[in-house]
Design a protein around this ligand. Sequence first.
Ligand code: FAD
Length: 473
Amino acid sequence: PTALIWLRDDLRLDDHPAFRAAFEAGYLPLPVYVHAPEEEGAWAAGAASNAWRARSLAALDGELRARGSRLTVRRGPSLAALETLAAQTQAEAVFWTRRYTPAGETCDAAVKRALRARGLRAESFDGALQVEPWNVATRGGDPYRVFTPFWKAAQAAWRARSPWHAPARWPPPPPEPDAGSLAGLGLAPRRPWDAGFWNHWVAGERGARAALRRFVEQALARYADARDRPDLAGTARLSPHLRFGEIAPWRVAAEVEAARTGANARHVDAFLRQLGWREFAYHLLHHFPHTVDRNLDPRFDAFDWAAPEAGLLEAWRHGRTGVPIVDAGMRELWHTGWMHNRVRMIVASYLCKHLRMHWLEGARWFWDTLVDADLANNTLGWQWVAGTGADAAPYFRIFNPATQAAKFDPQGEYVARWLPELAPLPVPLRFAPWTDPARLRRVAPAYPSRPLVGLAEGRQAALDAFRRLAARV
Ligand code: FAD
């Protein structure tokens, strides 16, 4: 008998609990992707994610075909597509990997009820996280809001998962119904601004494994020191692969753990802790689903954000703020679909504090342009920087972007890479070119002569707004 394997954010074959369960129960697995963005509500995948997904699905189809199977694709609604396919293939079961986004949880629960009502065996599996959000709780039984105690408890809850390798030969799919057309799903961006992304990324399970291997061989040994340096290749660049489930997080953890030596223990621990932030983000998203568009800390509901101003927002989005480290980050994002974590914090801080724009303005832009756009991590990241979230940086701690740049991009190489027009400037000026306006005009006449909002005045205005809030709540 056939089991449909309903794939969404779990685009891999190895370490896939739903595939594994199907094989172990003697089913003939039929992998299916149903494109149904309307079921994601306000957070349907953005353009960069869709571009990645198109490639990841094609890679998955290639892997399946190499094993004698193939991917079947359909348009939503999901339930109707699954019911039709189940009827056409006389499937007895539908298996899938659980999701934790508010819209995903609602949709999957409704699909499960409806399929069961039709007599199908509908089952979901734990395949996206190391620890599901409800499997860790404080002693009082509440969700965690602070990372360190969460991490202590979650680490203990991680089960050792046995690796699972997908079989080399898969049963052939039935000749009917047809596989459907990936190209017909409309995932490709209308404007091919993503063309350059693919010089930096290989979507799919093989790309994910290669990235992990490269990290373990080349960067793990200095991770704790280099992870904050955007000028170095100091991090794993696994985020889009994890976002699309191209590799299991427990496989990443196990391979990094297996590389532990006396000399690199500090770096292994730092990396596993960082992976733990992803688990924490999902814990928060599941338990506080309203935080996708509302402050976790309700005191901030009364905060005096500046009115969204199209000109300011456009300048921020496209890297024309006049603050080089901010502009470099926004250009890295535009050209590669990714931005270094330290720079994400700097650009987000400039937006939420110096420009005093609501964090959602930034979260939405990241949502559309990041290949790793992930509702849990993005919400956590923005609320952390804005000071409105769990275990967040306090609002009054305001990054000075020029100082941050000098500290984390000491030779100014990251700035020069993304803003080559500023490369002729000596290092301290690369971080604050407005301090020598004549030279800036000579070297880079097209670059803004002053920041959109000056660093001292933006900081003061943000602190004043925070004081007004503190006086009110
Ligand atoms: P590494 O340092 O190699 O870390 C390995 C993995 O651990 C990452 O791939 C990621 O899955 C996880 N991880 C690391 N740091 C964090 C973190 N701070 N929070 C949650 N998980 C983490 N990450 C996303 O995956 N998607 C997002 O949409 C996203 N939006 C963000 C928005 C803001 C404002 C900020 C400050 C951070 C955001 N992050 C997001 C977190 C972080 O920047 C990225 O996960 C990281 O840069 C990915 O690069 P890497 O794989 O090389 O990271």
